[in-house]
Design a binder for this molecule. Sequence first.
Ligand SMILES: *Cc1c(COP(=O)(O)O)cnc(C)c1O
Length: 241
Amino acid sequence: MADLPLLENISNIYKRMSHAAMRAGRNPDDIKLIAVTKTVSIEMVRQAVDAGLRIFGESKVQEAIKKVMSDELRVTSNKIKWHLIGHLQKNKAKAAVELFDMIQSVDSLELAETLNKQAEKLGKIQEVLIQVKLSVNDDKHGILKENLISMIGQVIKLKNLDLKGLMTIPPYFENPEDARPYFRELRELRDNINELRVTGYALRELSMGMTNDFEVAIEEGATMIRIGTAIFGERKLEEAL
Ligand SMILES: *Cc1c(COP(=O)(O)O)cnc(C)c1O
C-alpha cells in the first residue's frame, strides 16, 4: 500500500500537469512524469510503483544499481523504466547501458561514442537524449547550443544509439516564470533541428521542468518532466542513503 501523502502528491501533480497542458492547448497524455528517486529509499520507490508510477530517474549509477537490483524492485522491473538524469563518467558507461532504459544526460561526443560501443557489445539499442547547456555561466554539464547541430550529426551515425530528443536544466529561479525563456529556447532548438532535417526523422522529446517550474515547462512544450521533491518531499542529505 502506498502511503497517503504520496498518493496525494502524485494526484496533485497529475492535476497540475493536465491544467498546464490544457492552458497550452496540449494533450496531457503527451507528457510523461519521471519520478526522480535520488536519495529516496527503496521502500518509497516501491510505494511509488504501487501508486502507479512507471518511470524513475536517478542521477548516479551506483545509487541506481542498488535500487534496480533490489529484491523489492526487481520483481516489478518488467513494469518500470529507469532513466539516468545525472552526469555520467565514461568509466561507468557499461553499467549505465546495462541499467538504464534511457540516458538523458549525454553531454559529449566521447560519451556518446563510449555508450554506443557498450550498447553494441550488449546487443542493445540505447535510447538517449542530448543534454543542452543554455546558460553559459553556470557549472552544469551539457552541449552548448552552438555545437548542438554538429554533435547531433555525429550522434545519429552511432548505430546503437537511438536519439530521442533534448534535455536541459535551467538555472534555479524563485519565480518559475524566469525559467520560461530557457524552456522556450530548448523547444525552438528542437523545432529548428527538425526543420533542417538534421536527423532524417523528427526528434520528439523535450525533458525539462522540475518541482519548481514544471508547469511553465509544460506550457513551453515539455514532453518529460522530472519531479522529485513534489512527489517524495524534501530530499535527505546524500549521506543519509
Ligand atoms: C534532482 C533532479 C530533479 C528533480 O528535482 P526536484 O526539484 O526535486 O523536482 C530533476 N532533474 C535533475 C537532473 C535532477 O538532478
